[in-house]
Ligand binder design. Structure first.
Ligand code: PAF
Length: 273
């Protein structure tokens, strides 16, 4: 596995690749969720490139940019063992320039739900992902369904900018107790971790209600909120695959989303129906 820092160097190695190139952009602190994306890319492509870059522009002032877990040595090992060909680990100055031409998140769908509670977050995400796509020129790029709105907006950016890249949505990976894997789970104390389980529990309850005939989104949200009562909930929402709020669950076209604080840690999770 080759580890490179500069975009130019990455492009030199990339130019030598023949066949398809799978790309897994990450912010590091790799866990089994990331590993599932990497393994899928390795399986489906001739070459796999992973990037590790804690992107400053997607963190709002006061968020956890400084303390975001950084585990570069462990991450390198994970990538190497998983069969990654090229690991891209740029620094801020390799990616960002002064007075840049900007890519922005759409003013509506980029500013609801996650974008409402973290205004500007998706501007930073799309800004960096667009740059990474330009640098890496992947055939396919792999994203987890846990960041469902991010996935939707990246799919939208690919359409809006006529990128010829296949976006591959990958299933949420959970711990045995149901907690969706996230690099931020390391912030949780053992007690908080127990409390955090209420999030996946509420989603399971929502799904079960829908499956047993309750299609009214409001009623499902009310039941879920009862379970989430001990947490500091930011939103429970039911949307279609295009992130329009819906009144009735429609199987094959519904996502139930939750964002909540457990102590100081903000967690998101969702379930696709
Ligand atoms: O999902 C993430 O880890 C990040 O938002 C991404 C896509 C790597 C962009 O920084």
């Amino acid at each position: 596995m080759q580890v490179v820092r500069s975009p130019q160097e990455l492009q030199e190695y990339r130019a030598k690749f023949q066949g398809s190139v799978g790309f897994v952009p990450t912010m590091g602190a790799l866990h089994k969720g990331h590993l599932s994306l990497i393994e899928r890319s390795v399986k489906e492509n001739d070459h796999t490139i992973v990037s590790i870059f804690v992107n400053p522009t997607q963190f709002l002032p006061g968020e956890d940019f400084e303390k975001y877990p950084r585990r570069y040595d462990a991450d390198k090992k994970i990538c190497e063992l998983a069969g990654v060909d090229l690991l891209f680990m740029p620094q801020k100055e390799d990616i960002y320039h002064e007075d840049e031409v900007l890519v922005q998140a759409p003013r509506q769908k980029g500013y609801i739900l996650e974008g409402h509670f973290r205004p500007g977050h998706f501007d930073g995400v799309l800004r960096v992902v667009n740059k990474l796509f330009h640098i890496v020129r992947p055939t396919r790029a792999y994203f987890g369904k846990k960041d469902a709105q991010q996935l939707y907006l990246i799919q939208k950016m690919v359409r809006d900018f006529f990128w010829d890249i296949g976006i591959v949505p990958c299933e949420i990976i959970r711990d045995r107790d149901g907690l969706a894997l996230s690099s931020r789970n390391v912030y949780l104390t053992p007690q908080e971790r127990q409390k955090a389980l209420l999030i996946s529990k509420s989603l399971k309850r929502g799904a079960k209600l829908a499956q047993s005939g309750q299609r009214d989104a409001q009623k499902i949200k009310e039941e879920m909120l009862k379970i989430l009562e001990p947490l500091d909930v930011e939103y429970v929402e039911i949307v279609d695959r295009n992130f329009n709020k819906i009144d009735k669950v429609e199987f094959g076209n519904t996502i139930i989303l939750v964002a909540a604080y457990v102590g100081q840690t903000r967690l998101i999770d969702n379930i696709w129906l």
